[in-house]
Design a protein around this ligand. Structure first.
Ligand code: FE
Length: 218
């Protein structure tokens, strides 16, 4: 919209209040009240708000995949990522604000998985919005107590001699799993590797599946 001088006509239907049966908590109500007030004051238009959410909602794990593919192909970057995740992802234009990002590396001996036991803290600038299961009480409470079992439920078996580390995210602390690069990707470019990297592997509930071989020999 080029012209923002239109009148505000108090058409509250435009802000899409949730269905009546949806229970709104304190923060849900506060968000709607503040949003409607800011729109009424003309600080932003409803369509700008919508566009912001569209960007957020359709933002997937692509940035996380880019960061990991770079770490797999650039040892110096990997070192920077493991040392100071927030600073390293800034090289990709990702601003974590005041949040500390820790990249945790999966190896032959260690498997990492992330959770937020308190709520749903998640490295959103890298992975987009969290999946529903990540926010569920079921996942949050069980993965810290029985991580191997929960991982098995995701189809990820972790051998007994591999240590499982569960990382609890907080308001100012986020984790990104740096998965193991599959064998048989020798010589692949970062762009090619990105295509193999899935959201769940970056959360740590899955591994990166080996690439299809197409019957070719390498
Ligand atoms: Fe949280």
């Amino acid at each position: 919209m080029a012209d923002h001088t239109h009148e505000h006509d108090h058409d509250h239907a435009r802000t899409f209040a949730p269905d009546e049966e949806t229970k709104l908590g304190y923060y849900g109500l506060a968000e709607i009240a503040v949003r409607e007030l800011l729109i009424e004051k003309g600080l932003f238009a409803p369509e700008e708000f919508r566009m912001g959410w569209e960007r957020f909602d359709t933002n997937g794990p692509a940035m996380g995949a880019k960061v990991v593919a770079r770490a797999w192909t650039d040892p110096a970057f990997k070192e920077r990522l493991l040392r100071d995740g927030s600073a390293a992802v800034r090289e990709f234009g990702v601003d974590m604000g005041l949040i500390h990002l820790y990249a945790v590396e999966n190896t032959a001996d260690v498997h990492n998985v992330i959770v937020c036991t308190l709520c749903s803290c998640y490295p959103k600038p890298l992975l987009g919005p969290p999946p529903d299961w990540y926010k569920s009480r079921d996942y949050r409470s069980r993965v810290v107590r029985w991580p191997r079992q929960v991982l098995r439920e995701f189809g990820t078996a972790v051998a007994d001699d591999v240590q499982v580390r569960v990382h609890d995210s907080t308001a100012d602390l986020r984790y990104l799993v740096l998965p193991e690069r599959p064998a048989a990707t020798t010589g692949w470019s970062a762009a090619e590797l990105e295509g193999l990297i899935t959201r769940d592997a970056l959360i740590g509930v899955a591994r990166i599946a080996p690439p299809p071989t197409h019957g070719a020999t390498e």
